[in-house]
Write a protein that binds this ligand. Sequence first.
Ligand code: NAG
Ligand code: NAG
Length: 340
Amino acid sequence: MSPILPVFLLIASLSTAYATCDPAALYDPTYAADAAGKGGVEVSRWLHLRTSAFHEPVSYTAAWNALEASIDSHNASHVRVIYGGTAPKCRTGAYYGLECAWNREHLWPQSYGVGESSGLTAAAAPRTDLHALVPSLKALNSARSNRAFAQITDWPNDDGRCGPKYVGCETPACTKTTCGVKGTAQWGTDPGFWTPPAMYRGFIARALFYMAVRYDGDEPNTFNLTLGETPAKGGGGGRGLEKAPYVFGALSHLLRWHDDHPVEAWERARNDAVCAVQGNRNPFTDKPELAAVVFGGVGTAAEADTSDAGKGFDTWTWSLVTGLAVMWALYIFGMFRWFV
Ligand SMILES: *[C@@H]1O[C@H](CO)[C@@H](O)[C@H](O)[C@H]1NC(C)=O
Ligand SMILES: *[C@@H]1O[C@H](CO)[C@@H](O)[C@H](O)[C@H]1NC(C)=O
Protein backbone atom coordinates (compact mmCIF):
# COMPACT_ATOMS: atom_id res chain seq x y z
CA MET A 1 0.00 0.00 0.00
CA SER A 2 1.24 3.46 -0.83
CA PRO A 3 2.46 5.28 2.29
CA ILE A 4 0.49 8.27 1.13
CA LEU A 5 -2.89 6.52 1.42
CA PRO A 6 -3.06 6.49 5.25
CA VAL A 7 -2.11 10.17 5.27
CA PHE A 8 -4.82 10.87 2.73
CA LEU A 9 -7.41 8.99 4.79
CA LEU A 10 -6.32 10.78 7.96
CA ILE A 11 -6.56 14.21 6.36
CA ALA A 12 -9.88 13.32 4.72
CA SER A 13 -11.36 12.26 8.07
CA LEU A 14 -10.02 15.34 9.88
CA SER A 15 -11.47 17.64 7.28
CA THR A 16 -14.97 16.22 7.85
CA ALA A 17 -14.94 17.27 11.53
CA TYR A 18 -17.51 20.05 12.05
CA ALA A 19 -18.11 20.30 8.30
CA THR A 20 -21.62 19.03 9.00
CA CYS A 21 -22.30 22.17 11.05
CA ASP A 22 -22.60 23.95 7.72
CA PRO A 23 -26.33 23.67 6.92
CA ALA A 24 -25.54 23.61 3.19
CA ALA A 25 -23.54 20.43 3.76
CA LEU A 26 -26.01 18.86 6.17
CA TYR A 27 -29.22 18.99 4.17
CA ASP A 28 -29.35 17.46 0.74
CA PRO A 29 -30.59 20.52 -1.20
CA THR A 30 -32.46 18.46 -3.78
CA TYR A 31 -34.29 16.57 -1.07
CA ALA A 32 -35.03 19.66 1.01
CA ALA A 33 -36.43 21.51 -2.00
CA ASP A 34 -38.77 18.63 -2.61
CA ALA A 35 -39.61 17.90 1.03
CA ALA A 36 -42.99 19.63 0.99
CA GLY A 37 -44.10 17.20 -1.73
CA LYS A 38 -43.11 14.16 0.32
CA GLY A 39 -45.08 12.55 3.12
CA GLY A 40 -44.53 13.58 6.75
CA VAL A 41 -43.34 10.10 7.73
CA GLU A 42 -40.71 10.07 5.00
CA VAL A 43 -39.44 13.56 5.84
CA SER A 44 -39.44 12.71 9.54
CA ARG A 45 -37.31 9.63 8.82
CA TRP A 46 -34.90 11.73 6.73
CA LEU A 47 -34.58 14.30 9.54
CA HIS A 48 -34.07 11.48 12.06
CA LEU A 49 -31.11 10.25 10.02
CA ARG A 50 -29.71 13.78 9.51
CA THR A 51 -29.92 14.59 13.24
CA SER A 52 -28.49 11.28 14.46
CA ALA A 53 -25.71 10.68 11.91
CA PHE A 54 -23.34 13.33 13.30
CA HIS A 55 -24.55 13.48 16.91
CA GLU A 56 -21.80 12.74 19.41
CA PRO A 57 -23.53 12.93 22.80
CA VAL A 58 -21.65 14.70 25.57
CA SER A 59 -21.59 13.82 29.27
CA TYR A 60 -23.99 15.54 31.65
CA THR A 61 -21.07 17.45 33.22
CA ALA A 62 -19.73 18.51 29.83
CA ALA A 63 -23.23 19.72 29.00
CA TRP A 64 -23.22 21.98 32.09
CA ASN A 65 -19.82 23.40 31.14
CA ALA A 66 -20.85 24.01 27.52
CA LEU A 67 -24.09 25.78 28.48
CA GLU A 68 -22.13 28.13 30.70
CA ALA A 69 -19.08 28.66 28.48
CA SER A 70 -20.69 29.13 25.09
CA ILE A 71 -24.22 27.93 24.33
CA ASP A 72 -26.17 30.09 26.78
CA SER A 73 -23.43 32.46 27.87
CA HIS A 74 -24.91 35.96 28.31
CA ASN A 75 -21.61 37.61 29.15
CA ALA A 76 -18.43 36.80 31.07
CA SER A 77 -20.27 36.47 34.38
CA HIS A 78 -23.88 35.51 33.55
CA VAL A 79 -25.87 32.82 31.70
CA ARG A 80 -29.16 33.31 29.88
CA VAL A 81 -31.96 31.45 31.68
CA ILE A 82 -35.08 30.07 30.04
CA TYR A 83 -38.34 31.79 31.11
CA GLY A 84 -36.46 35.10 31.07
CA GLY A 85 -33.48 36.91 32.54
CA THR A 86 -29.95 35.89 33.49
CA ALA A 87 -28.19 34.21 36.40
CA PRO A 88 -24.61 34.40 37.68
CA LYS A 89 -22.28 31.70 36.37
CA CYS A 90 -21.42 29.55 39.37
CA ARG A 91 -20.95 26.13 40.82
CA THR A 92 -22.80 24.89 43.87
CA GLY A 93 -21.45 26.79 46.85
CA ALA A 94 -19.46 29.21 44.76
CA TYR A 95 -21.98 32.05 44.44
CA TYR A 96 -21.62 34.30 47.48
CA GLY A 97 -21.45 31.15 49.56
CA LEU A 98 -25.02 30.28 48.55
CA GLU A 99 -26.24 27.47 46.42
CA CYS A 100 -25.99 28.07 42.70
CA ALA A 101 -29.03 29.93 41.39
CA TRP A 102 -29.30 28.07 38.08
CA ASN A 103 -29.45 24.44 37.06
CA ARG A 104 -30.29 22.41 33.96
CA GLU A 105 -33.87 22.35 32.71
CA HIS A 106 -35.03 19.53 30.43
CA LEU A 107 -37.57 21.07 28.07
CA TRP A 108 -38.69 17.49 27.33
CA PRO A 109 -39.07 16.28 30.93
CA GLN A 110 -36.85 13.49 32.17
CA SER A 111 -39.88 11.49 33.30
CA TYR A 112 -41.29 11.54 29.74
CA GLY A 113 -38.68 9.29 28.19
CA VAL A 114 -35.40 11.20 28.30
CA GLY A 115 -33.99 10.75 31.82
CA GLU A 116 -33.27 8.43 34.69
CA SER A 117 -36.81 8.79 36.00
CA SER A 118 -37.99 7.07 32.82
CA GLY A 119 -35.54 4.19 33.26
CA LEU A 120 -32.56 5.39 31.20
CA THR A 121 -28.97 5.69 32.40
CA ALA A 122 -27.53 9.02 33.60
CA ALA A 123 -25.51 9.34 30.38
CA ALA A 124 -28.45 8.70 28.02
CA ALA A 125 -28.13 10.82 24.88
CA PRO A 126 -31.62 12.35 25.14
CA ARG A 127 -30.90 13.46 28.73
CA THR A 128 -27.74 15.37 27.82
CA ASP A 129 -28.95 16.64 24.42
CA LEU A 130 -28.12 20.35 24.38
CA HIS A 131 -30.83 21.24 21.87
CA ALA A 132 -33.42 20.68 24.61
CA LEU A 133 -31.30 21.23 27.76
CA VAL A 134 -31.16 24.84 28.96
CA PRO A 135 -30.14 26.85 32.03
CA SER A 136 -33.06 27.80 34.25
CA LEU A 137 -33.44 29.52 37.58
CA LYS A 138 -33.54 26.61 39.99
CA ALA A 139 -36.81 27.73 41.57
CA LEU A 140 -38.58 28.02 38.19
CA ASN A 141 -37.20 24.66 37.07
CA SER A 142 -38.85 23.11 40.14
CA ALA A 143 -42.04 25.12 39.64
CA ARG A 144 -42.38 24.02 36.03
CA SER A 145 -41.83 20.42 37.12
CA ASN A 146 -42.86 18.17 34.20
CA ARG A 147 -45.72 20.35 32.96
CA ALA A 148 -46.44 20.30 29.25
CA PHE A 149 -46.31 23.52 27.27
CA ALA A 150 -49.52 25.35 26.31
CA GLN A 151 -50.74 28.91 26.14
CA ILE A 152 -52.98 28.70 29.18
CA THR A 153 -53.21 32.47 29.46
CA ASP A 154 -55.59 32.31 26.49
CA TRP A 155 -57.85 29.68 27.98
CA PRO A 156 -61.34 31.03 28.48
CA ASN A 157 -62.33 31.73 32.04
CA ASP A 158 -65.66 29.99 31.86
CA ASP A 159 -64.50 26.40 31.33
CA GLY A 160 -63.38 25.96 34.91
CA ARG A 161 -59.74 26.55 34.09
CA CYS A 162 -57.67 29.65 34.66
CA GLY A 163 -60.50 31.90 35.75
CA PRO A 164 -59.40 34.58 38.21
CA LYS A 165 -60.42 32.45 41.17
CA TYR A 166 -58.17 29.54 40.14
CA VAL A 167 -54.87 29.95 41.92
CA GLY A 168 -51.87 28.97 39.84
CA CYS A 169 -53.00 30.47 36.55
CA GLU A 170 -51.52 33.89 37.21
CA THR A 171 -48.81 35.35 35.05
CA PRO A 172 -46.00 35.36 35.89
CA ALA A 173 -45.77 32.04 37.72
CA CYS A 174 -44.03 32.58 41.04
CA THR A 175 -42.45 30.47 43.74
CA LYS A 176 -41.74 31.67 47.27
CA THR A 177 -38.46 33.17 46.09
CA THR A 178 -38.62 33.67 42.32
CA CYS A 179 -40.99 34.84 39.61
CA GLY A 180 -40.77 34.23 35.89
CA VAL A 181 -41.11 37.21 33.58
CA LYS A 182 -44.64 38.22 32.53
CA GLY A 183 -46.08 35.54 30.29
CA THR A 184 -44.87 32.67 32.47
CA ALA A 185 -47.92 30.92 33.91
CA GLN A 186 -48.82 27.48 35.19
CA TRP A 187 -51.95 25.45 35.64
CA GLY A 188 -52.62 22.02 37.08
CA THR A 189 -50.42 19.03 37.84
CA ASP A 190 -49.92 15.52 36.47
CA PRO A 191 -48.54 16.92 34.34
CA GLY A 192 -50.47 20.21 34.05
CA PHE A 193 -49.46 23.03 31.71
CA TRP A 194 -46.85 25.77 31.64
CA THR A 195 -46.74 28.90 29.51
CA PRO A 196 -43.29 30.35 28.86
CA PRO A 197 -42.90 34.07 28.08
CA ALA A 198 -43.35 35.02 24.41
CA MET A 199 -39.64 35.35 23.61
CA TYR A 200 -39.09 31.64 24.33
CA ARG A 201 -42.24 30.11 22.84
CA GLY A 202 -40.93 29.57 19.31
CA PHE A 203 -37.60 28.24 20.55
CA ILE A 204 -39.25 25.75 22.91
CA ALA A 205 -41.56 24.52 20.14
CA ARG A 206 -38.60 23.93 17.81
CA ALA A 207 -36.59 22.20 20.58
CA LEU A 208 -39.45 19.72 21.11
CA PHE A 209 -39.90 19.21 17.34
CA TYR A 210 -36.19 18.30 17.23
CA MET A 211 -36.52 15.79 20.09
CA ALA A 212 -39.45 14.09 18.37
CA VAL A 213 -37.53 13.43 15.13
CA ARG A 214 -34.15 12.77 16.80
CA TYR A 215 -35.38 9.96 19.11
CA ASP A 216 -37.52 7.13 17.82
CA GLY A 217 -36.27 4.40 20.13
CA ASP A 218 -34.06 2.71 17.55
CA GLU A 219 -30.86 3.25 19.56
CA PRO A 220 -29.99 1.72 22.95
CA ASN A 221 -30.83 3.94 25.93
CA THR A 222 -33.51 5.92 24.06
CA PHE A 223 -37.28 5.81 23.73
CA ASN A 224 -39.65 6.73 20.94
CA LEU A 225 -40.58 10.37 21.60
CA THR A 226 -43.69 11.73 19.92
CA LEU A 227 -45.76 14.91 20.12
CA GLY A 228 -49.50 15.06 20.71
CA GLU A 229 -52.18 16.96 22.59
CA THR A 230 -52.25 14.79 25.70
CA PRO A 231 -48.98 13.80 27.39
CA ALA A 232 -48.60 10.06 28.07
CA LYS A 233 -45.84 7.87 29.45
CA GLY A 234 -44.67 4.95 27.36
CA GLY A 235 -43.36 1.57 28.44
CA GLY A 236 -40.47 1.79 30.88
CA GLY A 237 -37.10 0.05 30.75
CA GLY A 238 -34.98 -1.30 27.95
CA ARG A 239 -35.14 -0.30 24.34
CA GLY A 240 -38.12 1.75 23.35
CA LEU A 241 -38.77 0.27 19.94
CA GLU A 242 -41.27 -2.35 21.03
CA LYS A 243 -42.71 -0.13 23.75
CA ALA A 244 -45.47 2.44 23.61
CA PRO A 245 -44.07 5.88 22.71
CA TYR A 246 -43.79 8.72 25.19
CA VAL A 247 -46.12 11.54 24.17
CA PHE A 248 -45.48 15.17 25.06
CA GLY A 249 -46.93 18.48 23.86
CA ALA A 250 -49.29 20.15 23.49
CA LEU A 251 -48.64 19.87 19.77
CA SER A 252 -51.29 22.32 18.52
CA HIS A 253 -49.95 25.04 20.83
CA LEU A 254 -46.36 24.33 19.80
CA LEU A 255 -47.27 24.59 16.11
CA ARG A 256 -49.00 27.90 16.76
CA TRP A 257 -45.99 29.24 18.67
CA HIS A 258 -43.71 28.07 15.87
CA ASP A 259 -45.77 30.14 13.40
CA ASP A 260 -46.28 33.15 15.68
CA HIS A 261 -42.65 33.36 16.86
CA PRO A 262 -40.30 32.82 13.90
CA VAL A 263 -36.65 31.84 14.38
CA GLU A 264 -34.60 34.66 15.90
CA ALA A 265 -30.90 35.47 15.53
CA TRP A 266 -30.07 34.21 19.05
CA GLU A 267 -31.62 30.81 18.22
CA ARG A 268 -29.50 30.50 15.08
CA ALA A 269 -26.40 31.35 17.10
CA ARG A 270 -27.43 28.81 19.74
CA ASN A 271 -27.96 26.14 17.07
CA ASP A 272 -24.40 26.77 15.80
CA ALA A 273 -23.01 26.69 19.35
CA VAL A 274 -24.73 23.38 20.12
CA CYS A 275 -23.45 21.90 16.86
CA ALA A 276 -19.90 22.95 17.74
CA VAL A 277 -20.23 20.85 20.92
CA GLN A 278 -22.27 17.79 19.91
CA GLY A 279 -22.04 17.80 16.10
CA ASN A 280 -25.69 18.00 15.02
CA ARG A 281 -28.24 20.75 14.31
CA ASN A 282 -31.89 21.47 14.97
CA PRO A 283 -33.40 21.21 11.46
CA PHE A 284 -36.50 23.18 12.48
CA THR A 285 -34.34 26.20 13.28
CA ASP A 286 -32.56 25.84 9.92
CA LYS A 287 -35.68 24.99 7.91
CA PRO A 288 -38.78 26.11 9.80
CA GLU A 289 -41.05 25.15 6.89
CA LEU A 290 -40.40 21.46 7.63
CA ALA A 291 -42.44 21.55 10.86
CA ALA A 292 -45.70 21.71 8.91
CA VAL A 293 -44.53 18.81 6.71
CA VAL A 294 -43.66 16.57 9.66
CA PHE A 295 -46.27 17.53 12.27
CA GLY A 296 -49.04 19.01 10.18
CA GLY A 297 -49.61 22.70 10.55
CA VAL A 298 -51.81 25.51 11.45
CA GLY A 299 -52.08 27.96 8.58
CA THR A 300 -50.38 27.11 5.32
CA ALA A 301 -47.44 24.78 4.91
CA ALA A 302 -44.76 27.17 3.71
CA GLU A 303 -42.70 26.34 0.67
CA ALA A 304 -39.45 24.59 1.46
CA ASP A 305 -36.49 26.95 1.40
CA THR A 306 -34.34 26.22 -1.61
CA SER A 307 -32.02 29.19 -1.17
CA ASP A 308 -28.97 27.06 -0.43
CA ALA A 309 -29.56 24.70 -3.36
CA GLY A 310 -26.39 24.19 -5.34
CA LYS A 311 -24.43 26.48 -3.07
CA GLY A 312 -21.04 25.23 -1.94
CA PHE A 313 -19.49 21.78 -1.76
CA ASP A 314 -20.79 18.99 0.38
CA THR A 315 -18.68 17.33 3.06
CA TRP A 316 -17.42 14.55 0.85
CA THR A 317 -16.33 16.93 -1.90
CA TRP A 318 -14.40 19.02 0.60
CA SER A 319 -12.67 15.90 1.93
CA LEU A 320 -11.70 14.86 -1.55
CA VAL A 321 -10.35 18.30 -2.44
CA THR A 322 -8.39 18.52 0.82
CA GLY A 323 -7.03 15.01 0.38
CA LEU A 324 -5.94 15.65 -3.21
CA ALA A 325 -4.29 18.92 -2.22
CA VAL A 326 -2.31 17.15 0.49
CA MET A 327 -1.29 14.33 -1.86
CA TRP A 328 -0.16 16.93 -4.39
CA ALA A 329 1.85 18.80 -1.73
CA LEU A 330 3.52 15.58 -0.57
CA TYR A 331 4.30 14.68 -4.17
CA ILE A 332 5.93 18.06 -4.87
CA PHE A 333 7.76 17.88 -1.57
CA GLY A 334 9.06 14.40 -2.44
CA MET A 335 10.28 15.57 -5.87
CA PHE A 336 11.94 18.55 -4.27
CA ARG A 337 13.83 16.34 -1.81
CA TRP A 338 14.83 14.06 -4.67
CA PHE A 339 16.57 16.90 -6.50
CA VAL A 340 18.44 18.59 -3.61
C1 NAG B 1 -23.39 40.67 32.71
O1 NAG B 1 -24.80 40.74 32.64
C2 NAG B 1 -25.42 40.99 33.89
C3 NAG B 1 -26.92 40.88 33.67
O2 NAG B 1 -27.35 41.67 32.60
C4 NAG B 1 -25.00 42.33 34.43
O3 NAG B 1 -25.59 42.58 35.68
C5 NAG B 1 -23.48 42.34 34.59
O4 NAG B 1 -23.05 43.59 34.98
C6 NAG B 1 -22.81 41.96 33.27
N1 NAG B 1 -21.41 41.77 33.51
C7 NAG B 1 -20.48 42.13 32.62
C8 NAG B 1 -19.09 41.80 33.00
O5 NAG B 1 -20.76 42.71 31.58
C1 NAG C 1 -42.99 5.96 17.36
O1 NAG C 1 -44.32 6.19 17.75
C2 NAG C 1 -45.12 6.71 16.71
C3 NAG C 1 -46.48 7.05 17.29
O2 NAG C 1 -47.11 5.91 17.78
C4 NAG C 1 -45.21 5.71 15.56
O3 NAG C 1 -45.97 6.26 14.50
C5 NAG C 1 -43.81 5.38 15.08
O4 NAG C 1 -43.88 4.38 14.11
C6 NAG C 1 -42.94 4.94 16.24
N1 NAG C 1 -41.58 4.80 15.75
C7 NAG C 1 -40.89 3.66 15.86
C8 NAG C 1 -39.51 3.68 15.29
O5 NAG C 1 -41.34 2.66 16.41
